[in-house]
Every structure is written in C-alpha cells, then in structure tokens.
Design a protein around this ligand. Structure first.
Ligand SMILES: [Zn+2]
Length: 284
C-alpha cells in the first residue's frame, strides 16, 4: 500500500501535490469546526454543522473553499455573512500540506501535516476568540515527543548504528526542546511582567513554545520565541504607525500565539537553511 502510494508520488509529482492540497483543504474544514467549538468547550463531532440561524448546512455548502465561493460568502438559508475565516483556514491548510510535501522528505512531510494542522488550530483559536484551549496545546507537546520517538530524523538523529539509540537520543532532544521552550518563555514572561507592570505573556504561549520544542528541539523553541517576536512586531507595525499618524494611542494587542506558530512552522520547514542564511548574512 505505502509502496504503491510512493510510486504514484514519484511518477506523478504534480497530481500528488494537488491531491495533498485537497486533503489539506478538507483537514482545514475540520480545523474550522475545532476553532469555532473548542474554545466554547463544545464537541467537535456532534451536532453536524449548522448555520448561525440554526438551519443544518447541506453537504455541498460545506465543500472546502469551493462552498464559500459558490455561496459568495453569504448563507443560503438566511443570507447571513459567512466569515472569510473559513476559506482562509482551508486555503492555508491546503498550502501547508502541499508545501510540506514539496519541501520535505515524505516521512517528515507526514509529520508536518500533524504539526502544522495543530499550529493552524491554535493560531486560529487565538485570532478568533483570543482564547487558546489547553487541550490541543498539550496534544502538540505530547504528539511532538511521540513523533520524535517514531521518526528520529525529526531531531536530526540519523547517525547511530543501533535504531534503539536513535529513538532514545531523539526522545532526549525532544524533551530538552520542551524544557528549553518552557524555560525561555517563562523567563521572558517574568521579566516582561515586571517591566510592563501587567501580564506580558500567557500560559498558552509557554505551552506552545514547549510544543514547538518537542517537535523541533531547543533551537526550534528559541526560534519560535524570538522569530515569533519579529513576526509579531512586523504584523503589528501598520496598526501602530496608523495610530501614530492619527495621533491616537495604539490599543491593539499583538496576537502572540499566531506569530509564534508562524515562526515554528518556518523552522520545521526550513530551519537549517535559515541558520545558514543568517550566518552568511552576519559573516558577509
Ligand atoms: Zn442561516
């Protein structure tokens, strides 16, 4: 089965990317349900999807991306607006799946499907409700440790003669990543809270950074925090500048979980290249 799939992927790289993109869009559709329901503590399985007016939604309106486009963003039953969040999450997940397959070896790409889906879910919850549920965040940490044991390549473990040693080293690297992620955010949070006089970062940020450490090791955890800060500042900049020009006080909050998620994803897809590019840039 896996051999047949691999042969298909080698022979038809283009259609494989399209199929994975479609799979990603379907996963994104499920992530939308999770983003909508998990922060409210509702089940993600039952009931079936319903419009805000209470009418059940027919299956074809639920087709990822295409459903929203066919309805032109308004519900068929009551004409209510359907948020652009739905097709956006589906599109991002589709690109994440196709992009991972394009950039990574097959086994690591399959791990990326899980890792990136969880990051999209957590970032989506933060953007939609400013509320990051603990459950999927802890799943990110646990899944990262499990994935590192099953796939030691995740932690760059390919050298040992004994496969068991491989897995042990990889699990160790993952645990160290969890510890590094927890410690560094906790430390920044403590200093930041003292300096700012109010809570600087949430507990969700600590668990997320630990989760990225579990999947990517300690370098990934550091990049998640510091790279995430850069992403956060860059995305908040237009708002800060326009407030300055209008002479108002900037009252927006930098959504830190999505920024850290972007940095974590970047590291997973292109970490070593990022470091090499940085070294090249610094040393000239
Ligand atoms: Zn409706």
């Amino acid at each position: 089965m896996t051999e047949a799939l691999q042969r298909f992927a080698t022979l038809h790289p283009g259609p494989t990317l399209v199929l994975l993109g479609m799979l990603g869009a379907c996963v994104g559709s499920f992530l939308n349900v999770c983003i909508h329901r998990l922060p409210k503590g509702e089940s993600v399985v039952t009931p079936g999807s319903r419009c805000a007016c209470g009418e059940p939604i027919p299956w074809w309106c639920n087709l990822p991306i295409a459903g929203w486009l066919m309805l032109r963003g308004s519900a068929r039953c009551c004409g209510g607006r359907i948020s652009t969040r739905y097709p956006t999450v589906e599109l991002i997940t589709a690109l994440a799946f196709a992009g991972s397959w394009w950039l990574l070896p097959p086994a690591k790409a399959c791990a990326a499907f899980v890792f990136l889906s969880l990051l999209i879910l957590l970032a989506g919850c933060d953007l939609a409700d400013m509320l990051v549920p603990d459950a999927p965040n802890f799943v990110l940490v646990g899944a990262g440790l499990m994935a590192s044991i099953f796939l030691p390549e995740l932690q760059g473990q390919t050298e040992h003669a004994l496969p068991a040693m491989h897995r042990l080293h990889s699990a160790g690297a993952s645990l160290f990543g969890i510890a590094a992620g927890t410690a560094v955010v906790w430390w920044v949070r403590t200093v930041g809270t003292v300096l700012a006089g109010r809570e600087a970062m949430g507990e969700a940020d600590i668990i997320l950074c630990a989760g990225v450490g579990a999947w990517c090791g300690w370098e990934g955890a550091l990049f998640c925090l510091f790279g995430g800060s850069v992403v956060g500042v860059v995305t908040a900049l237009p708002g800060v500048l326009s407030a300055r020009i209008k002479g108002e006080e900037y009252d927006g909050v930098v959504p830190f979980v999505p920024s850290m998620a972007v940095a974590g994803a970047l590291w997973f897809l292109r970490g070593p290249e990022l470091v090499r590019a940085w070294n090249h840039w610094v040393t000239g």
